[in-house]
Ligand binder design. Structure first.
Ligand code: COA
Length: 265
C-alpha cells in the first residue's frame, strides 16, 4: 500500500500486522541518486510514519538490483554556489530526520551505497547488505567532501584511520570489507537480503515501541556525550520506561510465562 503520491520514493506498509514500513528510493535509472526532492520526500515520509502508531520499524532501500543509492544527484551541483548549497544542507535534512526518528530504521543495502547513500545508511540504526553491495565516499573525486554527516558518522562507526582512508581516497570497498570494518552489521547473498532484513525488522517490531525509542536515544547519546553525561541520560531513559504500560505488560508476561503484547504506551 502506497500512501502519499510521492514522485521519487515509494512507501509500503509490510510485515506482520503492517508494522514495517519500507521506503524505497525509486530512481533506478539514475542509480537512485538523491535529488533535493528525493531527500524532502524521504523526510516527509518519515513525518507521516512517525505519527502512525501501527508502524514500528522503517526500512530504507533502493529500487532495482544495482543500487541502494549512488550518492547525491551530481547534476544538481552544477548551479549551486557556496551560499545556496549551504542553505540546502542546513535545511530539513533527511539524514538528521533518520537519525532522530524515534523508531528503529534499517538500511537494506542492495547495491551501490555511495556518497550521500552511504551517509543515509550511516544515519540508519542497523545496516544489512547484500554480497553485491559496495560502499564508498567518492566525493573527493568531485573536488568536494561528504556533507551529509559522512565525516562524522563514518568516523564514529569505523574509527578515524579507516574513515580517513575511505574519505581521502574515495575508494569503493566491497560488502565483505565493509563487514570487516564494522560498516555493516550483516551480509547476505542478494537473493536472501529482503527476506532476512524483513525477518529482522519483524522481530524488532514485536518489542515495546516505548522501549525501542528509549534504547535508540540512549545508544545514540553514546557518540555525542561524554561518558558521565551518557550514563546519566541512560538512567533517565531507563526510568522513563517504568512509566509505560509496556513495561507492566513485559514484566507480567515474563512472570506469567506468556508472550508480551506491547501497545506502545
Ligand atoms: N548523480 C547523478 N546521476 C547519477 C549518479 C549520481 N550520483 N550516479 C549515477 N547516475 C546516473 C548516471 O549519470 C547515468 O545516467 P544516464 O543514463 O542519464 O547517463 C545513470 O545513473 C546510470 O549510471 P552508470 O554510470 O551508467 O551506471 P553504472 O552501473 O555503470 O555505474 C556508478 C554506477 C554508481 C558506479 C556510477 O554511476 C557512479 O560512479 N556514480 C557516481 C557516484 C558518486 O560519485 N557519488 C557521490 C556523489 S557526491
Amino acid at each position: 500500500m502506497s500512501s502519499q503520491p510521492y514522485e521519487t520514493i515509494t512507501v509500503e506498509r509490510r510485515g506482520n500486522e503492517n508494522r514495517v514500513a519500507v521506503i524505497t528510493i525509486n530512481r533506478p535509472e539514475k542509480r537512485n541518486a538523491l535529488t533535493i526532492k528525493t531527500r524532502a520526500e524521504g523526510a516527509a515520509a518519515l513525518d507521516e510514519l512517525r505519527a502512525e502508531n501501527s508502524v514500528r520499524v522503517v526500512v530504507f532501500t533502493g529500487a532495482g538490483d544495482k543500487a541502494f543509492i549512488a550518492g547525491a544527484d551530481i547534476s544538481e551541483f552544477t548551479n549551486e554556489t557556496a551560499i545556496t548549497q549551504r542553505e540546502v544542507m542546513l535545511g530539513r535534512s533527511l539524514f538528521t530526520a533518520v537519525d532522530t526518528f524515534p523508531k528503529p530504521v534499517i538500511a537494506m543495502i542492495n547495491g551501490y551505497c555511495l556518497g550521500g547513500g552511504c551517509e543515509l545508511a550511516l544515519a540508519c540504526d542497523i545496516r544489512i547488505a547484500s554480497e553485491t553491495a559496495s560502499f564508498g565516499q567518492p566525493e573527493i573525486n568531485l573536488g568536494i567532501i561528504p556533507g551529509g554527516g559522512g565525516t562524522q558518522r563514518l568516523t564514529h562507526l569505523i574509527g578515524e584511520g579507516k574513515a580517513m582512508e575511505m574519505i581521502l581516497t574515495g575508494d569503493i570497498i566491497d560488502a565483505k570489507t565493509a563487514y570487516t570494518l564494522g560498516l555493516v552489521n550483516t551480509v547476505y547473498p542478494a537473493a536472501e537480503l529482503e527476506a532476512k532484513t524483513m525477518e529482522l525488522a519483524n522481530r524488532i517490531a514485536e518489542k515495546s515501541p516505548v522501549a525501542l525509542a528509549m534504547a535508540k536515544e540512549a545508544v545514540k547519546t553514546a557518540s555525542r556525550a561524554n561518558l558521565d553525561e551518557g550514563l546519566r541520560r541512560e538512567i533517565d531513559l531507563f526510568a522513563m520506561c517504568f512509566s509505560s504500560e509496556d513495561k507492566t505488560e513485559g514484566v507480567s508476561a515474563f512472570l506469567e510465562k506468556r508472550k508480551p503484547q506491547f501497545k506502545g504506551r
